[in-house]
Write a protein that binds this ligand. Structure first.
Ligand code: HEC
Length: 161
């Protein structure tokens, strides 16, 4: 081998060595950079969550479905049917306390006795449909049959029947 050849071989070996070194450097740099990118993505997620948390609205309108068993129906259910006395004081008292238009007065046995002869079901029927000046259901439009019945019973009891 001539001296020139030796120099050429050394140059080639030197270049190859340098390339290997550069390759390693690239490998490590690439590794480090991508590692950081992966870590960065994680940090980014945390940051996003934090921002969303910070700009979260103070209140939210709840437009969820109204439960079938809402508080209103519960209140009515809890109240149950009104007593005869309650219905009387709410609706019937207007006429039956003073005997308006010939209404049998509360506690007037003579006025109630012939009517009581119809029986509670007969009275319930006329009270529901109305009778002459007696308006249907005695103006208690939302009264159930049960409530009207206990109201009539209350009135009969007050008349001592
Ligand atoms: C607007 C006045 C008025 C109101 C309010 C009223 N009544 Fe009367 N009621 C009458 C009159 C008048 C009669 C007598 C009707 C007749 O025999 O001509 C009567 C009669 C009755 C009778 C006897 C019916 C029969 O067959 O003889 C019953 C029972 C009765 N009322 C129940 C009630 C009840 C219960 C209420 C309340 C929920 C009520 N009334 C509210 C005026 C009223």
């Amino acid at each position: 081998m001539s001296n020139e050849d030796k120099t050429a071989v050394n140059t080639i070996l030197g270049v190859l060595g340098a390339l290997v070194v550069v390759a390693f450097i690239f490998y490590f740099v690439a590794n480090t950079v991508t590692g950081d990118i992966a870590k960065g993505a994680e940090a980014n997620d945390r940051m996003q969550a934090k921002i969303l948390e910070n700009i979260r609205p103070v209140g939210e309108v709840n437009i969820g479905s109204v439960p079938a068993d809402s508080g209103a129906t519960k209140a009515v259910a809890a109240a149950g049917p009104r007593s005869g006395e309650q219905v009387y004081n709410g609706a019937c008292i207007a006429c039956h306390a003073s005997g308006v238009a010939g209404a049998p007065k509360l506690g007037d046995k003579t006025a109630w006795a012939p009517r009581a002869a119809k029986g509670i079901d007969g009275l319930l029927k006329t009270a529901t449909s109305g009778l002459n000046a007696m308006p249907p259901k005695g103006t208690c439009a939302d009264c159930s049959d049960e409530e009207l019945k206990s109201t009539i019973e209350y009135m009969l009891k007050k008349a001592g029947l």
